[in-house]
Ligand binder design. Structure first.
Ligand code: FDA
Length: 400
């Protein structure tokens, strides 16, 4: 059987970075045979399409609280061991120009392809085998047997970097979970994250005519310690609501739950309308509301509340409060999400309790490592998921 020291399953962000980092660490100290397997025709396909083709490769605000996991502290060690600044330094050394778009999100000035090229350059001493599906991994008396359609490989170490289930069209499979289960590791049920939510007819009736309109909104979910709140862009679409604020909250939302939307987070609409009414209030309610909202949205809300053409002066406090509730405290119950087809990430995955947080090695299976999105660590939107891929790959590479 063909032998290797380390076989990395998956030539995505985590797998490529892990291969390069092992080689960098071993520099000048003799070789390890490292083989990276991927069933795709090209490496790093998700990197290529990420960030609208410019790859949001990290976030300067990276901290453990930017990640969802059943064990929120798990990621801390790896994130501390390889910070956003470390990746930026690497990007700088490669001469790749970048810019900060917003909220610490760093993008290439040019193309995401530059990040793929950087990763491929770093891992030149490893063997990259594309078009090579991983079928299964089995334990041997020493090491592992990796089955592929082109024959098996034997390795002392296996790194599972096969990502999550999002976007099957781009090569995503659940093989990483199957391998983890095969070795007795627990799985936190995977679900789609950073995904557009879908809405009931009554919400669609409001959203559809506003398709294309965007506002800065605050979208919230849950209460107490499980509360999540994001202030970001919200986009009305033919299918309901989308935009970064909705994608962020989708990772926290579970079927049956409601979300809260504040369409004018900097304004106290109840107080504002009362003040305008006190000044005479001859204007239409929609005109008054358009001080804080785009006119089309103000009109749509007034139409929904049967206040089209109504004058502000004629409205009692109860009506002003219902308008304010609709703007500042809009409660919606999404009916579902678009699912794996469009989800940017997978929430859940290999249970972190099965892994050592310093090395990403399975506690009960020496030589088996899990890194990147296959692990139950999922970042917010904004470059955090790539930073987790780099950091977890770096942690594993230090131990290999
Ligand atoms: P990744 O999915 O990158 O790689 C897994 C690899 O395993 C793939 O190459 C796949 O082909 C391979 N594989 C799967 N099954 C296999 C099998 N049976 N045999 C062989 N190979 C197999 N994040 C971010 O931080 N900034 C951003 O800008 C974006 N943008 C973005 C846009 C879009 C459209 C998507 C879908 C996702 C993003 N993301 C993102 C998320 C980011 O792409 C994601 O978190 C990382 O790519 C995860 O890296 P991994 O290496 O863990 O998995």
């Amino acid at each position: 059987m063909e032998q290797a020291d380390t076989v990395i399953l998956g030539a995505g962000a985590a797998g490529l970075f892990c291969a390069g980092t092992i080689l960098e660490r071993l520099q000048g100290r003799g070789g390890q045979r490292i083989v990276v397997l991927d069933h795709a025709r090209a490496p790093g396909e998700k990197i290529r399409i990420s960030g609208g083709g410019r790859c949001n490769f990290t976030n300067l605000a990276t901290a453990p609280d930017r990640f969802l996991s059943q064990n929120p502290r798990f990621a801390a060690s790896a994130l501390a061991g390889f910070a956003a600044a470390d990746f930026v330094a690497m990007v700088d050394r490669a001469g790749i120009a970048w810019h900060e778009k917003t909220l610490g999100q760093l993008f290439c000035d040019g193309s995401a392809r530059q990040i793929i090229d950087l990763l491929l350059h770093r891992m030149r001493g490893a063997e990259l085998r594309l078009d090579s599906a991983v079928e299964s991994v089995e334990p041997l008396a020493e090491g592992f047997r990796i089955a592929t359609p082109r024959g098996p490989l034997q390795a002392r170490r296996v790194v599972v970097a096969t990502g999550g289930k999002s976007i099957p069209k781009m090569g995503a499979t659940g093989i990483g979970y199957d391998i983890a289960r095969r070795f007795g590791l627990d799985i936190v049920e995977p679900r789609a994250g950073l995904v557009p939510l879908t809405f009931a007819q009554q919400d669609l009736d409001l959203c559809r005519p506003l398709a294309g309109l965007s506002v800065t909104a605050e979208v919230g979910h849950g209460a107490g310690r499980t509360r999540a709140l994001f202030r970001d862009g919200l986009l009305f679409t033919h299918r309901g609501l989308s935009g970064p604020a909705i994608l962020q909250i989708s990772s926290f939302w579970r079927p049956g739950e409601t979300i809260r939307v504040d369409l004018a987070p900097d304004a106290d609409i109840a107080a504002g309308l009362r003040e305008l009414r006190g000044q005479g209030g001859r204007v239409a309610v929609a005109t008054a509301l358009s001080r804080w909202l785009p006119a089309r949205l103000a009109e749509a809300i007034c139409a929904e509340l049967e206040l089209a053409g109504a004058r502000l002066a004629d409205q009692g406090n109860a009506t002003l409060d219902s308008i304010a509730n609709r703007v500042n405290r809009w409660h919606l119950r999404p009916v579902g999400s678009e699912g794996w087809r469009t989800a940017e990430v997978t929430v859940g995955g290999v249970d972190t309790r099965s892994l050592d947080s310093r090395s990403m090695q399975a506690k009960a299976v020496p030589g088996l490592y899990c890194i990147g999105e296959v692990v139950d660590v999922t970042g917010w939107l904004g470059g955090y998921n790539f930073q987790w891929a780099w950091a977890s790959a770096h942690a594993a590479a230090q131990a290999i």
